[in-house]
Design a protein around this ligand. Structure first.
Ligand SMILES: *Cc1c(COP(=O)(O)O)cnc(C)c1O
Length: 413
């Protein structure tokens, strides 16, 4: 593959013009970390400014007349991106907090004590799930080895017995980018009488998800990665409609009350998805998140996924042609159907290479002990910049440019 091939792919790219919808003042920056924090959509700037100046500045408390519905309206906007129905998705809290609420409620609903997850799951998920299982008098059962691409439906099936009430997994693995078989895992768990709680943080806005079609029970996810919702943007949660009444989440706040302005002294859970929320939502952040979701919805997930696969394939092709002989290891699936929106490339000196790349104007991120993650964002990344980013990594390795950097990790990797 030649660089001119990448230029041709850019020329034929139907999503090319979406880059103009983002603030890109740094034309030469090769930003390949949209799977950690997506770029700023122009409409988010306008939306936040309008909320600050008009709603807050002039409307003041009267603006709650429309703000009060935003968590639900934004959830309904997001729902089609994950195959959910209206009323099944609501914006609330952070992913870790939503995971706690739905894991507690899901486990209690079945009257069982143990939770099954993958040992390679995101650490925050492991911590939250272990705490929920312990509080129920049970334990967290880990399947697979850390770093492996699993879990397979067979592994999950084997791990479930009559004590397991909940299986909780990431749909796209944060390290390898491997996609789990949602339909088969849901079926295996349901056969054994357990519910499944999916973390869609690395899927939403990048990989199509069909919660209704796969008969998924519960899901959570964040909006600041592929949805470009902004740092610390509110997360979402999904509960299948027929489970709303069965699930009691453990934090009883006034936003989850059936009649929040009735100011009753006893808690009564709302009949709809509001029962899974707790307190006042962050309106400024919600305005930005909504703008990010709108841009994704406008482009359409079908077109996004097609380009995402082509971009990650380009990284793998260039890995084979350029990186494999330089001591790098491919840490992501080669089969496109099993691969999400980023490619993991391992190297013994991966941390210092990431630092050297950043100084050369290429921004990936790094996950200990050895993984450089290259995220692709079809709405603003082009084929040529991805080609150039990988070429920079090859040159860093060839010139040992990383040797000028300390091994000491910075506060954020
Ligand atoms: C990014 C991510 C989170 C983030 O959780 P926060 O509560 O928003 O910090 C959680 N789970 C997974 C799988 C993630 O990738």
């Amino acid at each position: 593959m030649e660089r001119s091939d990448a230029l041709e792919l850019d020329a034929a790219d139907p999503l090319h013009h979406f880059r103009d919808q983002f603030v890109v003042d740094d034309r030469d920056l090769i930003y390949l970390d949209g799977n950690s924090l997506g770029r700023l959509p122009r409409r988010a700037v306008a939306a936040v400014r309008a909320v600050v100046e008009d709603d807050w500045g002039r409307g003041l408390v009267r603006s709650w007349e429309h703000w009060i519905k935003w968590a639900q309206e934004t959830g309904d906007l997001l729902a089609p991106l994950i195959g959910a129905r209206p009323g099944e998705v609501i914006m609330s809290d952070q992913t870790s907090v939503n995971l706690y609420k739905l894991a507690s409620g899901g486990l209690a609903a079945g009257g069982r004590r143990d939770i099954v997850t993958s040992s390679g799951n995101f650490p925050s998920d492991l911590y939250v799930l272990a705490g929920v299982a312990a509080a129920a008098g049970g334990r967290l059962r880990l399947v697979g080895t850390p770093g492996s691409s699993g879990p397979t439906p067979e592994e999950i099936d084997k791990a479930i017995d009559g004590d397991v009430g909940l299986v909780s997994l990431s749909h796209v693995a944060y390290r390898s980018g491997a996609i789990a078989d949602m339909a088969a895992i849901n079926a295996a768990a349901h056969d054994a009488g357990a519910l499944v709680l999916w973390d869609l943080s690395h899927s939403v806005g990048s990989v199509p998800v069909d919660l209704a079609d796969t008969e998924a029970d519960l899901a959570v996810g964040c909006t600041y990665k592929h949805l470009n919702g902004g740092p610390g943007a509110p997360a979402f949660l999904y509960v299948r409609r027929d489970l709303h009444a069965r699930l009691v989440q453990p934090i009883h706040g006034w936003f989850g009350h059936a009649d929040m302005f009735g100011f009753a002294s006893e808690y009564e859970a709302a009949p709809d998805a509001r029962r899974f929320t707790v307190g006042t939502p962050p309106i400024l952040s919600l305005a930005a998140a909504r703008a990010g979701i709108e841009v994704t919805a406008q482009a359409g997930l079908g077109a996004i996924r097609i380009k995402s696969v082509a971009l990650t394939q380009l990284i793998i092709d260039r890995f084979d042609e350029r990186l494999s002989a330089l001591g790098f290891r491919l840490g992501s699936p080669r089969n496109a159907d099993e691969r999400g929106g980023h490619v993991a490339i391992g190297h013994d000196d991966g941390y210092r290479m990431t630092k050297a790349l950043i100084d050369r104007g290429v921004v990936p991120d790094f996950r200990d002990p050895d993984t450089i993650r290259f995220g692709v964002a079809p709405l603003y990344n082009g084929f040529t910049e991805v080609w150039d980013g990988i070429e920079h990594l090859a040159v860093v390795a060839e010139t040992a440019a990383q040797e000028r950097y300390p091994h000491q990790r910075s506060a954020v990797t």
